[in-house]
Design a protein around this ligand. Structure first.
Ligand SMILES: [Zn+2]
Length: 322
């Protein structure tokens, strides 16, 4: 009997540890509620400036909006302005917008998204349409919007850990797909600058999470290969939290091929092991959402439910982090 008791106790301990590791033990009843209407408004606002392309007035207006919002949420805001070369040699003025929340806290989480939109509609068939920049309501603005809503919540209710949010510029200005050349360094220009010039000396965080394309109806977030390479325990933990919240149709079991995105540079250049939450499906002809890199990537194709799913998952992760 004594032996059985000990085994039960042992099993209980193991199960508790696993639960804790994957976030099940965190009490989710009193967590802040992510407001999807607010996130949708932040997409609407970004899109209202037009395409956020470097060297355009829309970029300046959107940068002002993002900076002012973060200041309103009591963040310590740092703007990194620099010039980088596009793949064709054109000089782009870009700005990384960095917000520190509770900078005195040593244990920190880094969250990031790209705030530029693509200058070129690769997947339009009509050449005239191809040459015009896209609005990027989903590709760009949705990730930023979810993080802005998280920033608002963090400013109201203090988490145990400090949070840094970075809006990277120049992620989506790589060569057009039809050129059939692939230069990895032509993408993610803002994060590459930040990786060499961190906003703080010896900057470190427990881990990083990037968001992109988190606003289409019925999005599926499969477990992306680079994320699993850099931080598989965090992938498992995040996806388990989502499943516990009832979001298993969005955060799916499927694995997907590696994606070159800001999280790769963050992981490689700073050692902050980072993952990416992105709508992707390797079984489709176009690996992302249906309107990817077209002019239909607009407000009409954004679904508040998806914003909620991603936002509430991250809120749970943040407020359960000790
Ligand atoms: Zn993107």
């Amino acid at each position: 009997m004594q032996k059985t008791f000990n085994i039960s106790l042992f099993l209980f301990f193991i199960i508790s540890t696993i639960s804790c590791k994957y976030g099940e033990n965190c009490k989710t009843d009193n967590l802040p509620v992510f407001n999807e209407d607010s996130a949708f408004y932040y997409i609407e606002k970004q899109v209202s400036f037009g395409s956020r392309i470097p060297n355009t007035p829309a970029q300046d207006s959107c940068a002002d909006f993002l900076q002012n919002k973060l200041l309103e949420f009591d963040a310590n805001v740092i703007i990194q302005n620099t010039n980088v070369k596009r793949f064709d040699g054109e000089i782009l003025n870009i700005s990384n917008i960095i917000a520190e929340f509770y900078p005195e806290k040593e244990r920190r989480i880094l969250l990031f998204a790209h705030w530029d939109s693509r200058y070129f509609a690769d997947l339009e068939t009509d050449f005239e349409k191809k040459e015009k920049p896209i609005l990027g309501a989903n590709d760009g603005a949705s990730g930023v919007a979810v993080l802005l809503e998280i920033a608002r919540i963090i400013s109201v209710q203090e988490p145990e850990v400090g949070i840094d949010i970075i809006f990277f510029d120049g992620e989506d200005q790589g060569q057009p797909l039809y050129m059939n050349i692939y230069d990895e360094k032509a993408w993610c220009l803002g994060v590459q600058y930040w990786g060499q010039n961190p906003h703080k000396e010896n900057y470190d965080a427990l881990y990083g999470i990037g968001l992109d394309m988190v606003g289409t109806p019925n999005a599926t977030f499969s477990r992306e290969d680079n994320s699993r390479f850099f931080n598989n325990p965090l992938v498992k933990k995040t996806w388990q939290i989502a499943v516990n919240l009832g979001y298993e149709e969005y955060f799916i079991e499927d694995l997907s091929k590696p994606i070159l995105h800001d999280h790769v540079f963050v992981s490689q250049m700073t050692g902050i092991r980072s993952i990416l939450i992105i709508d992707n499906n390797r079984n489709k002809a176009i690996p992302y959402f249906d309107n990817w890199h077209t002019h239909n990537d607009n407000l009409e194709n954004i679904d508040k439910n998806t914003l909620k799913v991603v936002g509430q998952t991250l809120i749970t992760l943040i407020y359960c982090q000790k």
